[in-house]
Design a protein around this ligand. Structure first.
Ligand code: NDP
Length: 444
């Protein structure tokens, strides 16, 4: 049998591509060597969000105590929590498998290797297709100093943590490092954050990041900037971590969060014309086609913007393009909203003022910061900061950068304004909802 399409990798991008191709009438097979759902479901967005929710417990209790209630959290049942998290992930694995089965997609368990541009081998069996989509995602990257060290954990390991560590060392200054630093600090751990650069979350608006750093949970996070980890040793029940300034810090857990690399090894790509970048990611054109014309790639494996909804859009677009291009919805990745699940959370879409200047766009900012009403009795400090980046020419909103307890939820809807090209006048014309925090962005 010759399939119309074989997808390699049942993560968010791959499953969407397979499903849509099948809806369009294509004969599709899916090859997966691990659990269904990919990084996001198994060791990414989904379990991370559960960790994030749990991490808010002490903060929330403080707020309710400030209203005069008499509650205390005695202890977190970590084992119970991990069990519940695993149960939900198992459920989601089945949901993904069911999507494939319902759409009559042949599931092949195992690792695929190209024999030539039209054939792959899985175990001892060969499968043939007219088209292939590689959607094999990525895996954690460890720095040279740590790559062979058995005491180092990555974001694949942290979700299996057996108990809550009291002390933690995290290396990195991106999404994963910062989210886990805030999650574990809020859960009571003392966190040493080691970052090689001067500014964590360097791609984000600087004011937002400075605001976040000031919201350090009970000062539990210590930032070591312009440092790296040189070595990790174990002594009795603790780890000794040597930094690039020769300082040694003792800890219970070491997390390396220094980026991810594309899963392109062992795919037999040398039997095709597919080319890879220095970072191991697959080179594609704007239609996700590789240098081999019947082989395509989507998601983290192309290392474009490594976010689940982006992979889903890419997979959907490609399935439409290949099997029903009349239905094809062009993607637009100019303004991708994104959130960092710290506390408070960061939400961002569009240009920062710095980016606008680099693009020679004449722009200005409007900002506001305040303490949200919920914290009236529990805190003296501001917890919310909103910023709009506006075009001087026609008042178009070019970027929105916010930090608040619900920034992730807000930015999803606020992003529509940037995508639609709405102006500051559109904000001003909109009647506020009172009393809310978000009304402050309408009346900014
Ligand atoms: P990021 O690319 O966000 O951050 C990697 C960090 O590691 C950077 O701070 C980088 O430093 C540092 N680093 C890289 N190489 C080295 C090195 N050799 N030595 C020391 N430090 C190094 O990757 P993450 O691993 O945090 O996350 C992976 C991807 O997953 C993200 O890009 C994001 O797309 C996605 N993700 C999204 C989330 C969300 O949407 N909320 C949450 C988690 C992940 P420098 O800054 O100097 O480059």
């Amino acid at each position: 049998m010759i399939y119309d399409l074989i997808v390699i990798g049942a993560g968010s991008g791959g499953v969407r591509a397979a499903r849509i191709a099948s809806v369009h009438g294509a004969k599709v097979a899916m090859i997966e060597n691990n659990k269904f759902g990919g990084t996001c479901v198994n060791v990414g967005c989904v379990p991370k969000k559960f960790f994030f929710y749990l991490s808010q417990i002490y903060k929330d209790v403080e707020i309710y105590k400030s209203f005069g209630t008499n509650i205390d959290v005695t202890k977190i049942n970590w084992i119970q929590f991990i069990k519940k998290k695993d149960k939900e992930i198992n459920r989601l694995n089945s949901v993904y498998e069911n999507i494939l089965n319902k759409n009559k997609i042949k599931i092949i368990k195992g690792s695929a290797k190209f024999l030539d541009p039209r054939r792959v081998i899985v175990g001892k069996k060969t499968y043939q297709a007219k088209n292939f989509i590689i959607a094999t995602g990525g895996k954690p990257f460890k720095t040279e100093a740590l790559e062979n060290n058995k005491y180092i954990n990555t974001s694949d390991d942290i979700f299996r943590l057996k108990k809550l560590p009291k002390r933690m060392i995290i290396e990195g200054g991106g999404y994963i490092a910062i989210e886990f630093a805030y999650i574990f600090a809020n859960l009571g751990a003392s966190v040493n954050l080691i970052y090689r650069g001067k500014r964590i979350l360097k791609a984000f608006d600087e004011d937002l990041v400075n605001f976040l750093i000031k919201k350090n949970p009970k000062n539990k996070i210590k930032f070591h900037l312009e440092k790296t980890i040189l070595k990790v040793d174990k002594k009795k029940n603790e780890f000794l971590v040597k930094l690039s300034d020769n300082k040694i810090i003792k800890t219970d857990y070491v997390l390396s969060a220094t980026g991810r690399i594309a899963n392109t090894q062992n795919l037999g790509l040398d039997h095709t014309k597919v080319q890879i970048n220095q970072s191991h990611s697959i080179k594609v054109n704007r239609h996700f086609q590789t240098h081999e014309k019947n082989i395509y790639a989507v998601g983290d494996v192309i290392d474009y913007v490594n976010l689940t909804p982006v992979a889903i859009r890419q997979g959907h677009f490609l399935a439409d393009k290949l099997f029903n291009n009349k239905k094809m919805i062009e993607y637009d990745f100019t303004n991708i909203p994104t959130a960092v699940f710290t506390s408070p959370q960061i939400g961002t879409v569009g240009l920062t003022l710095e980016m606008a200047k680099k693009n020679k766009i004449d722009a200005y900012e409007l900002t506001t910061s305040f303490k949200s009403m919920k914290k009236t009795f529990s805190s003296k400090d501001k917890d919310t900061f909103y910023k709009l980046v506006i075009s001087k020419k026609d008042k178009t909103i070019l970027g929105i950068h916010i930090i608040s307890d619900d920034a992730a939820e807000l930015i999803q809807l606020l992003a529509v304004n940037v995508v639609a090209g709405n102006t500051l006048d559109d904000f001003k014309r909109t009647v506020a909802v009172h009393p809310t925090s978000s009304e402050e962005i309408i009346t900014i």
